[in-house]
Design a binder for this molecule. Structure first.
Ligand code: ZN
Length: 270
Protein backbone atom coordinates (compact mmCIF):
# COMPACT_ATOMS: atom_id res chain seq x y z
CA UNK A 1 0.00 0.00 0.00
CA UNK A 2 1.12 3.60 -0.50
CA UNK A 3 3.14 5.33 2.21
CA UNK A 4 2.37 8.81 3.55
CA UNK A 5 4.58 11.07 5.66
CA UNK A 6 2.98 13.98 7.52
CA UNK A 7 5.42 16.66 8.73
CA UNK A 8 4.08 19.11 11.32
CA UNK A 9 5.20 21.39 14.11
CA UNK A 10 2.89 20.37 16.96
CA UNK A 11 0.61 17.69 18.22
CA UNK A 12 -2.89 18.39 16.82
CA UNK A 13 -1.66 20.26 13.68
CA UNK A 14 -2.22 17.22 11.48
CA UNK A 15 -5.58 16.44 13.07
CA UNK A 16 -6.92 20.00 12.66
CA UNK A 17 -5.70 20.51 9.09
CA UNK A 18 -5.94 17.03 7.58
CA UNK A 19 -7.34 14.64 10.19
CA UNK A 20 -10.31 13.57 8.06
CA UNK A 21 -8.15 12.84 5.02
CA UNK A 22 -5.54 11.02 7.09
CA UNK A 23 -8.17 8.86 8.80
CA UNK A 24 -9.59 8.04 5.37
CA UNK A 25 -6.16 7.02 4.07
CA UNK A 26 -5.59 4.82 7.13
CA UNK A 27 -8.97 3.16 6.61
CA UNK A 28 -7.93 2.45 3.01
CA UNK A 29 -4.79 0.73 4.28
CA UNK A 30 -2.18 3.44 3.55
CA UNK A 31 0.87 3.39 5.84
CA UNK A 32 0.80 6.84 7.44
CA UNK A 33 3.71 8.17 9.52
CA UNK A 34 3.64 11.41 11.54
CA UNK A 35 6.78 13.46 12.27
CA UNK A 36 6.35 16.40 14.68
CA UNK A 37 9.16 18.93 15.07
CA UNK A 38 8.50 20.42 18.52
CA UNK A 39 7.79 19.21 22.03
CA UNK A 40 4.49 21.16 22.42
CA UNK A 41 5.83 22.44 25.73
CA UNK A 42 4.41 25.99 25.42
CA UNK A 43 0.90 24.99 24.39
CA UNK A 44 -0.81 25.60 27.70
CA UNK A 45 -2.13 28.27 30.09
CA UNK A 46 -2.20 25.99 33.13
CA UNK A 47 0.48 23.27 33.06
CA UNK A 48 4.26 23.45 33.48
CA UNK A 49 6.59 22.93 30.51
CA UNK A 50 7.72 19.67 32.15
CA UNK A 51 4.14 18.41 32.37
CA UNK A 52 3.58 19.36 28.74
CA UNK A 53 6.76 17.59 27.66
CA UNK A 54 5.53 14.45 29.37
CA UNK A 55 2.20 14.64 27.57
CA UNK A 56 3.47 15.27 24.04
CA UNK A 57 3.93 11.71 22.87
CA UNK A 58 1.18 10.19 25.02
CA UNK A 59 -1.46 12.42 23.44
CA UNK A 60 -0.05 11.96 19.93
CA UNK A 61 0.08 8.20 20.31
CA UNK A 62 -3.51 8.05 21.54
CA UNK A 63 -4.63 10.11 18.53
CA UNK A 64 -2.52 7.93 16.23
CA UNK A 65 -4.35 4.88 17.51
CA UNK A 66 -7.74 6.46 16.76
CA UNK A 67 -6.65 7.36 13.24
CA UNK A 68 -4.68 4.18 12.57
CA UNK A 69 -1.22 5.70 11.96
CA UNK A 70 1.76 3.43 11.45
CA UNK A 71 4.19 5.56 13.51
CA UNK A 72 4.55 8.81 15.43
CA UNK A 73 7.85 10.51 16.13
CA UNK A 74 8.89 13.83 17.61
CA UNK A 75 12.11 15.79 17.11
CA UNK A 76 11.46 17.53 20.47
CA UNK A 77 12.68 21.01 19.53
CA UNK A 78 11.47 23.68 21.98
CA UNK A 79 7.92 24.71 21.12
CA UNK A 80 7.73 28.27 19.78
CA UNK A 81 11.48 28.54 19.17
CA UNK A 82 11.92 26.39 16.09
CA UNK A 83 13.34 29.45 14.32
CA UNK A 84 16.44 29.04 16.57
CA UNK A 85 17.16 25.68 14.90
CA UNK A 86 19.27 26.16 11.78
CA UNK A 87 17.06 25.81 8.72
CA UNK A 88 19.45 23.36 7.08
CA UNK A 89 19.46 21.15 10.19
CA UNK A 90 15.68 20.88 10.26
CA UNK A 91 15.52 20.35 6.50
CA UNK A 92 18.12 17.57 6.80
CA UNK A 93 16.10 15.79 9.49
CA UNK A 94 12.97 15.96 7.35
CA UNK A 95 14.94 14.73 4.35
CA UNK A 96 16.31 11.83 6.38
CA UNK A 97 12.74 10.78 7.21
CA UNK A 98 11.77 11.04 3.53
CA UNK A 99 14.75 8.98 2.35
CA UNK A 100 14.06 6.37 5.05
CA UNK A 101 10.28 6.05 4.58
CA UNK A 102 10.17 6.77 0.80
CA UNK A 103 6.62 8.21 0.95
CA UNK A 104 4.27 8.36 -2.04
CA UNK A 105 2.74 11.50 -0.52
CA UNK A 106 4.10 14.14 1.90
CA UNK A 107 1.62 16.33 3.79
CA UNK A 108 2.84 19.57 5.37
CA UNK A 109 2.20 23.31 5.85
CA UNK A 110 2.10 25.47 2.74
CA UNK A 111 5.01 27.94 2.90
CA UNK A 112 3.31 30.27 0.43
CA UNK A 113 -0.04 30.55 2.19
CA UNK A 114 -0.63 33.96 3.81
CA UNK A 115 -1.37 35.02 7.39
CA UNK A 116 0.46 32.20 9.17
CA UNK A 117 1.32 33.73 12.52
CA UNK A 118 3.00 30.77 14.19
CA UNK A 119 6.79 30.78 13.75
CA UNK A 120 6.99 26.98 14.14
CA UNK A 121 4.48 26.46 11.34
CA UNK A 122 6.48 28.79 9.09
CA UNK A 123 9.77 27.05 9.93
CA UNK A 124 8.32 23.58 9.26
CA UNK A 125 6.66 24.69 6.03
CA UNK A 126 9.88 25.89 4.36
CA UNK A 127 12.08 23.08 5.66
CA UNK A 128 9.59 20.33 4.76
CA UNK A 129 8.80 21.74 1.32
CA UNK A 130 12.51 21.96 0.50
CA UNK A 131 13.18 18.48 1.91
CA UNK A 132 10.43 17.02 -0.29
CA UNK A 133 11.72 18.95 -3.31
CA UNK A 134 15.38 17.95 -3.07
CA UNK A 135 15.51 14.50 -1.44
CA UNK A 136 16.42 12.96 -4.82
CA UNK A 137 19.50 15.20 -5.13
CA UNK A 138 22.42 13.02 -4.01
CA UNK A 139 24.67 15.89 -2.97
CA UNK A 140 22.15 17.20 -0.41
CA UNK A 141 23.11 15.66 2.96
CA UNK A 142 25.46 13.06 1.41
CA UNK A 143 26.16 11.73 4.91
CA UNK A 144 22.67 10.19 4.79
CA UNK A 145 23.63 8.29 1.65
CA UNK A 146 26.90 7.20 3.22
CA UNK A 147 24.80 5.83 6.10
CA UNK A 148 22.87 3.62 3.69
CA UNK A 149 19.91 5.74 2.56
CA UNK A 150 19.21 6.33 -1.12
CA UNK A 151 18.02 9.48 -2.89
CA UNK A 152 14.25 9.49 -3.33
CA UNK A 153 11.85 11.52 -5.49
CA UNK A 154 8.66 12.53 -3.64
CA UNK A 155 5.85 12.09 -6.20
CA UNK A 156 3.18 14.15 -4.46
CA UNK A 157 2.99 16.86 -1.83
CA UNK A 158 -0.25 17.98 -0.18
CA UNK A 159 -0.04 21.42 1.43
CA UNK A 160 -2.42 22.66 4.12
CA UNK A 161 -2.78 26.10 5.71
CA UNK A 162 -4.91 28.32 7.93
CA UNK A 163 -5.59 30.53 4.91
CA UNK A 164 -5.02 28.17 1.99
CA UNK A 165 -4.35 29.42 -1.51
CA UNK A 166 -4.74 27.74 -4.89
CA UNK A 167 -6.49 24.68 -3.46
CA UNK A 168 -6.89 22.07 -6.17
CA UNK A 169 -7.59 18.88 -4.25
CA UNK A 170 -10.80 18.52 -2.24
CA UNK A 171 -11.29 15.38 -0.16
CA UNK A 172 -14.69 14.14 1.00
CA UNK A 173 -14.34 13.45 4.73
CA UNK A 174 -18.03 12.79 5.45
CA UNK A 175 -18.97 9.83 7.61
CA UNK A 176 -16.43 7.86 9.60
CA UNK A 177 -13.53 10.11 8.53
CA UNK A 178 -14.78 13.25 10.28
CA UNK A 179 -15.89 11.25 13.33
CA UNK A 180 -12.35 9.89 13.71
CA UNK A 181 -10.86 13.34 13.13
CA UNK A 182 -12.88 14.74 16.05
CA UNK A 183 -12.15 11.70 18.24
CA UNK A 184 -8.43 12.07 17.49
CA UNK A 185 -8.52 15.77 18.40
CA UNK A 186 -10.04 14.90 21.78
CA UNK A 187 -6.95 12.75 22.48
CA UNK A 188 -4.95 16.00 22.58
CA UNK A 189 -6.67 17.00 25.80
CA UNK A 190 -4.08 19.67 26.73
CA UNK A 191 -4.30 21.24 23.27
CA UNK A 192 -8.10 21.28 23.18
CA UNK A 193 -8.20 23.04 26.60
CA UNK A 194 -5.71 25.55 25.17
CA UNK A 195 -7.72 26.03 21.96
CA UNK A 196 -10.91 26.91 23.83
CA UNK A 197 -9.12 29.05 26.44
CA UNK A 198 -7.35 31.00 23.69
CA UNK A 199 -10.67 31.79 21.97
CA UNK A 200 -12.05 32.86 25.36
CA UNK A 201 -9.12 35.29 25.80
CA UNK A 202 -9.89 36.73 22.37
CA UNK A 203 -13.58 37.21 23.12
CA UNK A 204 -12.84 38.67 26.56
CA UNK A 205 -10.70 41.33 24.88
CA UNK A 206 -13.61 42.29 22.60
CA UNK A 207 -16.41 44.81 23.32
CA UNK A 208 -18.99 41.97 23.12
CA UNK A 209 -19.54 38.61 24.74
CA UNK A 210 -20.28 35.17 23.31
CA UNK A 211 -21.64 33.59 26.49
CA UNK A 212 -21.97 30.09 25.04
CA UNK A 213 -18.17 30.15 24.58
CA UNK A 214 -16.92 32.32 27.45
CA UNK A 215 -19.26 30.56 29.87
CA UNK A 216 -17.58 27.19 29.30
CA UNK A 217 -14.97 25.59 31.53
CA UNK A 218 -12.06 25.18 29.08
CA UNK A 219 -11.89 21.52 30.13
CA UNK A 220 -15.44 21.11 28.85
CA UNK A 221 -14.31 21.68 25.25
CA UNK A 222 -15.98 18.83 23.40
CA UNK A 223 -19.09 20.64 22.17
CA UNK A 224 -17.02 23.67 21.15
CA UNK A 225 -14.41 21.63 19.22
CA UNK A 226 -17.06 19.43 17.60
CA UNK A 227 -18.96 22.49 16.41
CA UNK A 228 -15.86 24.30 15.18
CA UNK A 229 -14.52 21.30 13.23
CA UNK A 230 -17.89 20.44 11.67
CA UNK A 231 -18.62 24.06 10.72
CA UNK A 232 -15.25 24.44 8.96
CA UNK A 233 -15.61 21.08 7.18
CA UNK A 234 -19.19 21.87 6.17
CA UNK A 235 -18.18 25.19 4.59
CA UNK A 236 -15.41 23.48 2.59
CA UNK A 237 -17.61 20.50 1.69
CA UNK A 238 -20.38 22.74 0.38
CA UNK A 239 -18.10 24.00 -2.40
CA UNK A 240 -17.61 20.46 -3.72
CA UNK A 241 -20.92 18.78 -2.97
CA UNK A 242 -19.77 16.90 0.14
CA UNK A 243 -21.33 17.03 3.58
CA UNK A 244 -17.86 17.53 5.09
CA UNK A 245 -14.65 18.33 3.26
CA UNK A 246 -10.96 19.17 3.62
CA UNK A 247 -8.94 20.73 0.84
CA UNK A 248 -5.32 21.07 -0.12
CA UNK A 249 -2.94 22.59 -2.62
CA UNK A 250 -1.52 19.51 -4.27
CA UNK A 251 1.66 19.35 -6.32
CA UNK A 252 2.29 16.05 -8.02
CA UNK A 253 4.95 14.67 -10.31
CA UNK A 254 6.80 17.96 -10.28
CA UNK A 255 4.01 19.71 -12.16
CA UNK A 256 4.43 17.47 -15.23
CA UNK A 257 0.70 16.64 -15.38
CA UNK A 258 0.22 18.99 -18.32
CA UNK A 259 2.73 16.84 -20.24
CA UNK A 260 0.55 13.73 -19.84
CA UNK A 261 -0.88 12.36 -23.08
CA UNK A 262 -4.53 12.32 -24.14
CA UNK A 263 -5.24 9.53 -21.64
CA UNK A 264 -5.01 12.21 -18.97
CA UNK A 265 -4.10 11.73 -15.37
CA UNK A 266 -5.83 9.22 -13.09
CA UNK A 267 -7.42 10.65 -9.94
CA UNK A 268 -6.49 9.08 -6.65
CA UNK A 269 -8.98 6.75 -5.05
CA UNK A 270 -9.72 8.81 -1.96
ZN1 ZN B 1 0.70 24.07 15.47
Amino acid sequence: MPTVLVVTAHGDDMEFFAGGTISKLCMLGYDVHLLMATDNARGTFELSAEQMFGLRLREAEAAAKVLGLRSVSCLDYPDGNLCDTPHTTLRGQFMEAIRRLRPDIVFTFDPWAPYEGHPDHRAVSWAAMEAASFSHFPLYYPEQLAAGLAPFYVPETYFFAKSPIDVNRPVDVSGEAIERKIAALYCYDSQMVLTLADVQYAIQSAPYDVPEVTGLDPHDYRGFIDNRVRTTARIIGKKYGFEYGEHFRRVRWGGTERMAGPGGVPEEGF
